[in-house]
Write a protein that binds this ligand. Structure first.
Ligand SMILES: [Ca+2]
Ligand SMILES: [Ca+2]
Length: 377
């Protein structure tokens, strides 16, 4: 006990000259610090440093810690005192904030955003299971929608219990805010065109109807993260029609690839000439083993561990060429915003020309889509 007292007195004595130098008056900038003591009575020690009681904002019970306003000199002095365990600035803590999914910078989406290209003014139709339009990270960008279904469970394009369409939409245009994720083109307009039921299935007629709606409602880009292994001449004609009308039509290549990457499995509508078939790569630019291959593969984008929006204000990572296709749709929105004079065929050519070659064309097409390189070309 005696030793303890002596120590405190020493501390107090050390402080005196220090106090003289550092004015405690109004001119001193005070800042909040968390100070942890190692057994010495906090009040006595603080007083010794010229810190009055009213500057103690919080005294904690479970740890010997106070939150206190100090000048920088006082903080320094306390931190050198043997009875003080720690002196830390009471730093501001923010909500965890927005996560940038790896695929967004991977396609230079972030670089293009930094250059001012956010997809603003571009209309992207998401032909899918719908979009949860109330989602906290999508609501600002969902501008319209349509369902090809008439039954009660599926007639609302903004109801997406399946989650597939909501996930795809987030990769295109999740909002740039302080929560959730961010899309490639965070200011593009999203349209929920529900052509797949809550169970995730649809028909040629439904997709055709969704394409027709997209043409009639002046969409710029159609994303179809869907496909069938069998073609349909009617579906091809509708795809061609959209392309002839000036829309850019992007679709998932399919998830029927094999380990060797040597089969011919690109699905429809992706395989049609009028539609861009998008293959999936991982973070190391390796083809996802599920990614369909064949001469129809046109371009590649991230499709493994893709974090995006899911119903219920949630977020999850999915795999699939379904996740790759919206990266290309988002890049297309950015590039088209930068170069509004391009036709859809010119835009498509530019995306292919500026993609980074990744390997065999039947696996990667022209390679990894790159937004800023296309913009700067
Ligand atoms: Ca966000
Ligand atoms: Ca094609």
């Amino acid at each position: 006990m005696k030793k303890f007292l002596a120590a405190v007195i020493t501390a107090a004595m050390v402080t005196v000259p220090f106090q003289a130098g550092a004015s405690n008056g109004a001119g001193d900038d005070l800042q909040e610090y968390l100070v942890q003591f190692n057994g010495a009575p906090a009040n006595g020690l603080l007083q010794a440093f010229g810190v009055s009681e009213d500057r103690v904002l919080t005294e904690f019970n479970h740890l010997d810690v106070v939150n206190v306003e100090l000048s920088e000199a006082q903080a320094r002095g306390l931190s050198n005192n043997p009875h003080v365990e720690a002196v830390e600035e009471n730093a501001e803590v923010h909500a965890l904030g927005q996560t940038v999914p790896w695929g967004i910078p991977h396609v230079q989406g972030t670089d293009a955003q930094d250059a001012g290209y956010t997809g603003a003014g571009l209309k992207v139709a998401i032909l899918d299971t719908g979009i949860e339009a109330t989602h906290e990270d999508l609501a600002d960008n969902v501008k319209g929608g349509y369902s090809v279904f008439t039954d009660a469970d599926n007639s609302d394009p903004y109801y997406d219990p399946n989650g597939h369409g909501t996930h795809v939409a987030g990769t295109v245009a999740a909002v740039d805010n302080d929560l959730g994720v961010i899309g490639v083109a965070p200011e593009a307009d999203l349209y929920a065109v529900k052509v797949l039921s809550n169970a995730g299935s649809g028909s040629i007629a439904g997709i055709a109807e969704g394409i027709e709606w997209s043409i009639d409602n002046d969409m710029d880009i159609i994303n179809m993260s869907l496909g069938a292994s069998q073609g349909s001449s009617i579906l091809e004609q509708f795809s061609n029609l959209a392309y002839d009308e000036g829309l850019l039509v992007v679709a998932a290549a399919g998830n029927s690839g094999n380990r060797g990457g040597n089969n011919n499995t690109v699905g429809y509508p992706a395989a049609y000439d009028s539609v861009i078939a998008v293959a999936a790569v991982d973070q190391n630019n390796n083809r996802a083993t599920f990614s369909s291959t064949g001469p129809a593969v046109e371009i590649s984008a991230p499709g493994v561990n893709v974090l995006s929006t899911t119903p219920g204000d949630n977020y999850a990572s999915y795999n699939g060429t379904s996740m790759a296709s919206p990266h290309v749709a988002g890049v297309a929105a950015q590039v088209w915003q930068a170069k509004p004079g391009l036709s859809n065929t010119e835009l498509r050519q530019l995306l292919n020309d500026t993609a980074v070659n990744l390997g065999p064309a039947h696996q990667y097409g022209h390679g990894l889509v790159q937004s800023l390189d296309a913009i700067n070309q």
